[in-house]
Design a protein around this ligand. Sequence first.
Ligand SMILES: C[S@@+](CC[C@H](N)C(=O)[O-])C[C@H]1O[C@@H](n2cnc3c(N)ncnc32)[C@H](O)[C@@H]1O
Ligand code: SF4
Length: 377
Amino acid sequence: MLSNPGLYIHFPWCVKKCPYCDFNSHPLKGDVDQQRYLDSLLKDWQLQSADTFSPLANTEFLEDGFKTVFFGGGTPSLFKPKLMATLLKHLPIAADAEVTMEANPGTQEYTDFEHYLSAGINRLSIGAQSFQNSQLAKLGRVHNSAETVAAVARARSAGFANINIDLMWGLPGQSLKDALFDLESAIALSPPHISWYQLTIEAKTEFAKRPPLLPIDGVLAEIETKGNELLTAQGYHRYEISAYAKESAYCQHNINYWSFGDYVGLGAGAHGKVSERGQILRTQKASQPRLYLDEPEKISVQKVTKEQLPLEFMMNALRLIDGTGTETFTEKTGLDWQEIKPQWDRLVAQGLVRTDRCSTTELGLRYLDTVLEEFVN
Ligand SMILES: C[S@@+](CC[C@H](N)C(=O)[O-])C[C@H]1O[C@@H](n2cnc3c(N)ncnc32)[C@H](O)[C@@H]1O
Ligand code: SF4
């Protein structure tokens, strides 16, 4: 049965495609029929919440409504706030839900922040990436640093307090000084949450085809260490590999993913995970916006096998700095902790994981891939 699932809603268009990005995002060619996308999302929801559709057949949770909603992309801030408002009105959302929207400072829509707030969005995730214009140009971003600063100020004056800033590090030609400058610039805006991702070169992206010169390992290690120290000294608590928050500003939607919780995915290419009658199902919608618009009710459903479960759980839970309790493993996978005890004991012997919790040590966090290999069948 679903318990407190999150809701993810995907918007697959961007002004242009960034050369490092492998998300399901498509450059806008002319106008998108936003009303048609909204209609498709509503049809998608109708199907996924219908009693006849087995993965979500148990709709008890709808009484309380979703506790978290995340509009991701792509660039959801390209969408009209009025349509967001209509969508949110048609979905069961708890009164105190965390409702996040990703916003790209290069989409002029930030003048509309008040309207997004009144539509029901109460958390913004602003894609800054860097505060150096030369770096933003290398990353193919459609905004400069001043526009990011202005977007944060606009969001604040519109009434948004719960703001995340996305930054990346390990960028082309980046020095330690450059990386710390980016962090200091973000911290100066005092957002309660900062996501600080190491740039990865993803297959099939422009950067994979024409790889930029990245910092050498020694510089990367220094950036990671000094960046962590800076964030910690400024009161940001690292609670996940790339997520830092002040006090209670943890992203509840992402914590649900990392705790192997359930979520419903709406929109082109959206993924979902639902636990139903002792089995875990993964859902996926058509990635191509055109296909999704034509057949929004089409969904692929795959069962996660018992053999896949330990790795799937660990890939999420071990990203959390404190991991989870061992009982959460049982609760979310239906498997007994004893089933993975031999692997866990081997990792304990190498000093990579803790004995008291389902959590890595500091060393294990640095070598997370090695830890996860233990769970590969
Ligand atoms: C779904 S993306 C998009 C958010 C929004 N469209 C934007 O770019 O402003 C969320 C975040 O993932 C990070 N990201 C995207 N591609 C990445 C990559 N190849 N390596 C590391 N981080 C990446 C970026 O910080 C980005 O803001
Ligand atoms: S704006 Fe965001 S989602 Fe769009 S291409 Fe760039 S990184 Fe990807």
